[in-house]
Design a binder for this molecule. Sequence first.
Ligand code: PRP
Length: 228
Amino acid sequence: MKTDKLILGVPKGRVMNDTRRLFNRCGIDLSISRKDERAIFADTSRADLTLCPVRSSDIPLLLEEGVLDIAVLGGDVIAEAANLSFGSKRDLDICKCRLSVIGLPGAFVSRTYIRRPRVATKYPRIAREYFERQGCAPDIVKMYGSVELALLAGMAHFVVDIVDTGATIARNNLRELEVIQKTGAIALISHRTTGARRQRCHDLLSHILDAPHSLRRSAPAMSEEAIL
Ligand code: PRP
């Protein structure tokens, strides 16, 4: 399956949006044209680079298998993954956000408050470790989205989730109680990408990250209408 093109895996959503902006500042257009709307491998404005939109939860497997040469992944997903193997990484300095404990107004994290807190989260490993460090024995409820619902519905005492702008907790009258860790997006190079191909990955990331701001420019528009 390997082509000469480098394959860049990026999760859809906010990581994709910020990655596009970052690449765009260096003249690389990652927007997906109408013809590639359903393509697994989408063309970019660079002839030697293919974009592969993927789910972040699949990235550890795809890196391990060497399907992706480079993957952009949130630090939260990296911290949660137990056995993530990769060749090397570069911090992209984008998608800055916090992984926090969220609760209802008046709640606080303390063993004396609730000995066995019920915690809803997409990050069971991080949440368990955090509450155990506080001396609690958490009952972790794994969810895949709209985690804040668990608080509003009385399903959980706490949520461990991403806080970015804070709009979600503000809109739902919730409180950010503790910051567990600050996080951002990281570019990982597969350990299966070796030799000259790995060097090309490093060169690409250096081009993106080391370019002086004054040299960064917007990418020329792609010939077809970008839709994603
Ligand atoms: C994430 C996260 C929060 C929200 C926080 O959800 O799970 O719900 O963003 O962002 P904010 O602080 O800017 O409001 P996402 O949008 O990825 O969707 P999901 O809840 O379905 O996972």
